[in-house]
Design a protein around this ligand. Structure first.
Ligand SMILES: [Fe+2]
Length: 215
């Protein structure tokens, strides 16, 4: 457990463990065809609206997920959220899905080429946590989308998740941002490619097709 400042954290650890175990169990029951590797769980206790964060860390800018410290190697990022705020909804915004975004921006932004042919500096920066081209692309794309003013300022739908609601999202496909909300729990699982029902829609498959076209 990291980021907890309230003493020895024994109770918090127990709460998080119970949530994490129930969430993983629920996902396995709901989605039996998917082989899943449980990843981290998180407690989101800070009001999202008006947070002062560096651009790359901002949750209120549309993006598809990619974790700087944990390459997925082509597995899908599936996240389960619970809004347990007793009174206020958690409000999201969503943009186009990854296949459409990649088709529109991957080549023109130069990110596809840079992911396939990284510079020496980039390779040195990756020492110790080597990334396949796919993960290199996804992380760069995450940063690029957040920095793209035109994309961010376009009209995109918003969603309100009421108190007590739970929802699931492939956050590597659905571009998303959280606009406001406080007190949510989240469990991440990595879904391995072999169990996917529509493997051709997985971001790694989309990336492979774009890469083949670029070559
Ligand atoms: Fe995200």
């Amino acid at each position: 457990m990291t980021g907890y400042a309230g003493g020895d954290g024994q109770r918090m650890r127990a709460v998080m463990r119970r949530f994490s175990q129930s969430a993983v169990q629920l996902l396995a029951q709901l989605l039996p065809p998917y082989p899943m590797d449980p990843d981290f769980a998180s407690f989101r206790g800070i009001e999202e609206q008006g947070r002062k964060l560096a651009e790359r860390s901002r949750n209120d800018l549309l993006h598809v997920d990619s974790f700087p410290s944990r390459p997925t190697h082509g597995r899908r990022i599936l996240r389960f959220f619970v809004n347990f705020n007793p009174a206020a909804p958690r409000v999201w915004r969503t943009g186009p899905p990854f296949p459409a975004l990649a088709e529109q921006y991957a080549a023109g932004s130069g990110l596809l080429r840079r992911a396939l042919h990284p510079s020496l500096g980039q390779r040195l920066g990756e020492l110790g946590h080597r990334r396949p081209a796919y993960d290199r692309f996804m992380l760069a794309f995450h940063h690029w989308l957040k920095a793209n003013r035109e994309f961010q300022s376009a009209a995109h739908p918003t969603w309100e998740f009421p108190p007590g609601s739970a929802w699931l999202c492939f956050t590597d496909t659905v571009s998303h941002a959280v606009l406001r909300g406080q007190y949510a729990l989240e469990q991440t699982v990595m879904v391995r490619a072999e169990g996917l029902q529509a493997p051709e829609l997985a971001p790694a498959a989309v990336f492979a097709r774009l890469a083949a076209r670029a070559v």
